[in-house]
Design a protein around this ligand. Structure first.
Ligand SMILES: Cc1cc2nc3c(=O)[nH]c(=O)nc-3n(C[C@H](O)[C@H](O)[C@H](O)COP(=O)(O)OP(=O)(O)OC[C@H]3O[C@@H](n4cnc5c(N)ncnc54)[C@H](O)[C@@H]3O)c2cc1C
Length: 456
């Protein structure tokens, strides 16, 4: 008799796991049932800001494989609009309820289970409102609802984005592109708190130059509505009128079902998994994506880093193992890039406060350079910051703020970090040079040289 695999969550992690398992074990060997609460499978939440902003025109462009493709080509029994409500580990079955069919309940037995329920938005009390015009941007349905609101007649004119992380700034860009006046409210002293405040200042200055009203160091205290529609956002730094409010205040791992079933959670609140993405101590139970914690390769500590890049890799690892192969997930270094209009931000590794919390003694080096030779058309300023361990010179973290071709330079630094290179070694790296691509000393090399000098 065929084994049965049940997957909870039909996006990046869940469907990567299901597809990999299918590639290795045909339908006669492995039956696969995937439950997805929403309408879509394998969609790109990462593309929502660009869809709202108009750079991507159709929702279909954000779906890499739809349920019918999985059903027909992969022989995966995808049940969309089905919410899993419980996991019974003793009976090895999940309980799910149809969201369309009068709440009909089904019980589905499994030999192997993949828990890939992602993350859920953080919702402080003030954000739990019935007022129309307040939107999260976690799912394609959220994006569609926001787009509907933005295209009503007359269209909204003033937007407040709450949260200055990468999703908040990407949404701010989208709203600017749609012609709205945008206020960005961020509780931390500077936006993009994934970089150190001295780099965040550069982000704030650039956002202001784009015409955004940036209110950092301000906390939202409440929303005001009239006739059921949001009209303003109250903060401890003043009240801002709003015809639309977009929330980007972070996510937490979606572990309610897992915790209910007694699966182990780690110190970050996410599910604990081993190297093969098996839930710690649980045979045949796997977890991947935004609901699990990962090991940070620099600090050695468990971290919650909810990114699509990890969700895809972790799902793949789980699927290979379920399919009878062998794969491990090597951990994360926290590499992330983002763009708001023509401003680019990249980061990898530890920020100063992470390095201090992990117990490292460190030096920092910050340099100003350009993306191309200074005389070459289109040369733009770029700031690179490195953090290196004091006694060994090992790179601990890096951040870049600049314009075109700035952000993806972080990948060179991520590779150096991954391979535990010292800043002295990095200063000698053989990186490409031609005037359209960099100054003769690439900004990465200049920063490494400066950090090495700080160590002496
Ligand atoms: C606006 C936005 C922009 C982003 N940009 C980037 C980016 O540029 N780069 C990057 O690396 N990452 C980005 N991300 C993050 C990335 O989208 C996530 O890390 C990734 O989607 C996680 O995949 P996942 O499969 O773990 O979880 P999810 O994508 O959240 O999928 C989990 C699925 O499980 C379903 N589900 C949950 N509970 C149940 C249940 N009980 N029963 C049935 N189904 C359930 C949900 O409906 C959901 O479809 C962005 C996210 C957003 C919201």
């Amino acid at each position: 008799m065929a084994d049965r695999l049940v997957v909870i969550g039909g996006d990046a992690a869940g469907m990567s796991a299901a597809s990999q398992a299918r590639r290795r074990r045909g339908p006669d060997e492995l039956e696969i049932v995937a439950f997805e609460r929403g309408h879509f499978t394998s969609y790109s939440a990462c593309g929502i800001p660009y869809w709202v902003g108009g750079q991507v025109s159709r929702i279909d462009d954000l779906i890499s494989r739809d349920p019918d493709t999985f059903r027909n080509e992969y022989r995966i029994d995808v049940r969309t609009r089905h919410e899993v409500t419980a996991i019974d580990l003793d009976r090895r079955e999940v309980v799910a309820r149809s969201l369309d069919d009068g709440g009909r309940e089904v019980r589905e037995p499994f030999d192997q289970l993949v828990y890939a329920a992602g993350a859920v938005p953080v919702t402080p009390a003030w954000a739990r409102t019935d007022a129309a015009g307040v939107f999260g941007v976690q799912t394609l349905d959220n994006g569609a609802a926001l787009l509907d609101w933005l295209t009503q007649d007359p269209p909204p004119r003033r937007a407040v984005v709450v949260g200055g992380g990468y999703i908040g700034v990407e949404m701010a860009e989208a709203l600017i592109q749609r012609g709205l006046t945008v206020t960005l409210v961020e509780r931390s002293p500077e936006p993009m708190s994934t970089v150190d405040p001295d780099m965040g200042v550069l982000v704030r200055e650039a956002l202001c130059a784009l015409g955004l009203d940036v209110r950092s160091g301000a906390s939202v205290t409440g929303l005001q509505s009239r006739d059921g529609r949001v009209v303003a956002v109250h903060t401890d730094a003043g009240t801002f009128p709003a015809d639309v409010v977009v929330l980007g205040i972070g996510v937490r791992p979606n572990t309610g079902l897992a915790a209910g079933a007694g699966l182990p959670l780690g110190p970050t609140g996410a599910i604990r998994v081993d190297l093969r993405m098996r839930v710690m101590g649980q045979d045949g139970i796997w977890a991947a994506g935004d609901c699990v914690e990962s090991v940070h390769r620099v600090s050695g500590q468990p971290v919650f880093v909810p990114l699509g890049t990890h969700a895809n890799k972790q799902g793949r690892v789980a699927g290979i193992n379920i399919g009878g192969g062998y794969a491990t997930f090597a951990g994360v270094v926290g590499t992330a890039v983002t763009r708001v209009c023509d401003l680019e931000v990249g980061r990898t590794g530890l920020r100063e406060r992470d390095a201090a919390a992990a117990g490292f003694e460190f030096v920092t080096a910050r340099v100003e350079s350009t993306n191309r030779a200074g005389y070459f058309p289109g040369a733009e300023r770029m700031t690179v910051k490195l953090i290196a361990e004091r006694h060994t010179g090992r790179l601990l973290g890096a951040q870049i703020v600049g314009r075109s071709e700035a952000a993806k330079r972080i990948d060179v630094l991520a590779v150096a970090l991954w391979n535990r290179m010292t800043v002295e070694e990095m200063a000698n790296l053989d990186l490409g040079y031609a005037p359209p691509y960099s100054p003769v000393w690439d900004p990465v090399l200049v920063a490494a040289r400066k950090a090495a000098a700080e160590l002496r």
